[in-house]
Design a protein. Sequence first.
Length: 459
Amino acid sequence: MTTATAAVHQQWSSRLMFIIAATGAAVGLGNIWKFPYIMGQNGGGAFMLMYLLCILLIGIPVLMAEVMIGRRGRQSPGLSVNALAIEAKVNPLWQIAGWMGLVGGFLILSFYSVIAGWAFAYVSKAAQHSFQGLDAGQIGAMFGQFSADLPSLLFWTTVVIVLTCAVVARGVKQGLERVIRWMMPALYVLLIGLAIYAGVTGDFAQALHFMFAPDFSKLSVAGMLMALGHAFFTLSLASGVMITYGAYMPGKVSIARTSIWIALADTSVALIAAMVIYPIVFAQQLDAGQGPGLIFVTLPVAFGQMPGGQIVGTLFFTMLVFAAFTSTIAMIESVVAWLTQSKGFTRLQACVFSGVVLWLLSLLTVFSFAGAEWAQWHFVFVGKEVHNLFEIIDHLTSDIMLPLGGLAIAIFAGWKVRQNASREELNTSPVAYSIWLFCIRWFTPVAILAVFLNLTGVL
């Protein structure tokens, strides 16, 4: 099938470029913005261990499955799953697994673009040394004022969406590759430099103890679900991204090796980001479980007090922008690919249409922070207390749609795709293939179902 459909898409120029692009798609706000604060809320080391196990035993097998489906189908997520369903002569309704990912990824992008806008705004604030001499209360008030400022949120969200669509409109090699090629190395250089600085000037010993000394009494079932959901979130699984990027993957590239490299690179960014943030947080006696405002409230306090804080803060938020941008262009690409393949849109038309719809959806998150009454809620939604539309969308996508989408992909890839087709695409040793098949057929589905049944009180 790969040969027959290879002309549907452009392809990455090399294996290395695919790894860089897919790592860029995986590395994003989930690694630097979300991972540190959810780990801080769930006891540190115990959550870290659960997260790493989810990456190893669930994330990598599902990542391999998604890339395999994309390269075999050479189309957007729903269409690729449908193509493999036709090839295997199974019910075409399995394509819902692909469509669920596409919808879930787009919903994530609706709040992701708003948070990315915060990062853009804070580059300017840090460069102007706006945090100098302010205490935690004053920084918190600054963030609260900014996140409730409707014109500012609309402006920065629009900037993110427009820039994202401008890059994607230029195509794979002229747009995505050119931007990712220099952004990812720059991200790593900034991250490692900041980690060295934080290790020297911050409380590195306490940070290491917090991260790697597990206390399982602090890890709840909800925290386990969050670790599972974040493994999917941070690897961009079940969001349509990896199936789409897999569709651009050259045919001779090893899916198994590249998937492992992507997972290692993504996880390393999350760990290094935590080593940047926690030493500073603990040195300043700040709260590691601050929540979504951790890097926008607690870290600016440190940047305002430390020597060279203006430069360090500017570099940190610049790094955050790079991480966010490599993911936004990946998440919107799935929708653009579908529109061009199925609806006859030109690439530019697809980008404009997607951008407009995305901007309208982003208003749900903007008004959640800007204080609109219609966006404020307070009830328990599938095991989690939520307070606004942003929290509902975040919980629905990260903790429910992504794991359930991953469950559907695992069952489809393990039980419905013809084994000779998956074996041909994965092109690995018989032992490695058997391990992958066992994980994708048995371990991944059982693990996801067990967490969900615990969450709902069945187990």
